[in-house]
Ligand binder design. Sequence first.
Ligand code: ADA
Length: 549
Amino acid sequence: MNAQRDAIGLNGTWAFAWLGDAVLSDVPTDSLVFDETMPVPGCFDAMPRYLGRRGVAAYRREIAGAAGRRSRLRLDGVHHTCRVVLNGRTVGTHHGGFVPVCIDLGVLDDRPHDLVVLVDNRFDSVSSPLHCEYFDWYHHGGITRGVWLEHLPDAYVERIEVHTLDHRSKAVRVSLHTAGQGEGDWSLSLAGVARGGGRCTAGDRIDCEFRADDLGLWSCETPTLHALTAAFGDDRVALQTGLRTIAVDGSELLLNGEPIRLHGVCRHELHPISGHAASPLQLQQDIDLLRELGANFVRGSHYPQHPAFLELCDRNGILVWSEGIAWQPRVEHLTDAGFLAAHDRHLDAMVHAAQHHPCIVMWGLFNEGDSDAEAAVPAYEAGLARLRDLDGSRPVTYATHRPFSDRCFALADVIAVNTYPGWYGSSIDQASEQLDAIADEFDRHPEARGKPRIVSEIGAGAIYGWRDPHGARWSEAYQARLLGTVLPALCDPAGRWNGVSIWQFSDVRTSEAVAKALNRPRGFNNKGLVDEYRRKKDAFAVVARAFRS
Ligand code: ADA
């Protein structure tokens, strides 16, 4: 699914109909009146006329097939639930956003065919258990990422995995996963060096080793990329990848054998104008700000980031913690078969889509789950094992907010803690001491001791433009002072931490319920270093100094 083949882009203006309270599975698409238009990708509920609305919306356009080929629809993200109808017949359904979904449309002739994508952005713990209203961000709906029409031969390339085995000898293993029906010749080529030529059968996996002596390694300072192409039968795909190893060695995280310190931020993919549907320009603006900050790390909180954002991180040497969607999943979720099955499918889709990106430094799951409850341990065990099975070449982790009672440290390669000293329940004067107490606990803890550790969230709320001479809570000065106090210890190369991802990159809207319960002024989580329009707060310069020191 990560394969980039010649595909027809279906982005643009689609016909649109708002169906409100309709039941997604029952909507008869032949009688719908499409009296509006809507941009794709886009969040319909970020448009002024549908702000805050929840329900079913229908998008429609025509597509054409290609003689003798199967057509496949690829939606890179659709929220939260969708049903795809072709010429009046349902051809697929999908639950859960932030990951790609592919739907087989069968063999179509080259006349116009009627494609309707019905989306539902309501919360439903049964049909869409990974999206819940209580999460601390606003969940938008719509076709939020790109849409593509692929015309596939009978036998085709399904995906490609890249594992750098050794950064010294530059040994790389490329795995070609094939799918469809029949046989075909296969070949792989990395930076112009070709391998293969044998025949294989659709469904086979071909592992091929390259020794790329004269190719540059990928690193944060020199993010060299190389072209990788794969062919199987009449299908050919191309992508960019990089050669680098990531390993945990005792308490160090190593990139190409060298200890690395992670200096970064947690990033939501949210903007007041476009919701979750970031444009290429917005993604580039975020990258430019990250570079200005001197960040070498982004925690994709709390879901897989846009494929184009990962490409930009590849190109700009920014490491990414790619995280499956979750927010404080409780024992009742972590022991629920429906939730766990949906979560497994989500992890598979996340890793399959992004495995070849050199920027991804680790995989993560279950942000702030009930990792201190015995009943939750099997879910952590199974989820982290699944990530390792999907991709054994990267460390796995989860963010805990229970550093003194967590029961799952043994299962993680990197210990990650979310903590808010100086913000929730304490003052800035106590912050450094509180961080030290967590580091002491990790030094003592038999299962956390000796592993790399990062502070995966820390920060303070600041209302953009509130420059209070007293430096009171919610002022820009308070946030700047808090981060200026804690960052020196977190960024000290000889210190007790391997890195930090500040909460958070930009302010984001949260749900009404959370705004009320957690005291969120403006209905926003205001802990951004920039506000929701990416205007810098005072803390931005403080963080840039700490990251560059
Ligand atoms: C948690 C959570 C974040 C955010 C943060 C906060 O740590 O992981 O998503 O809600 O708290 O701002 O309080």
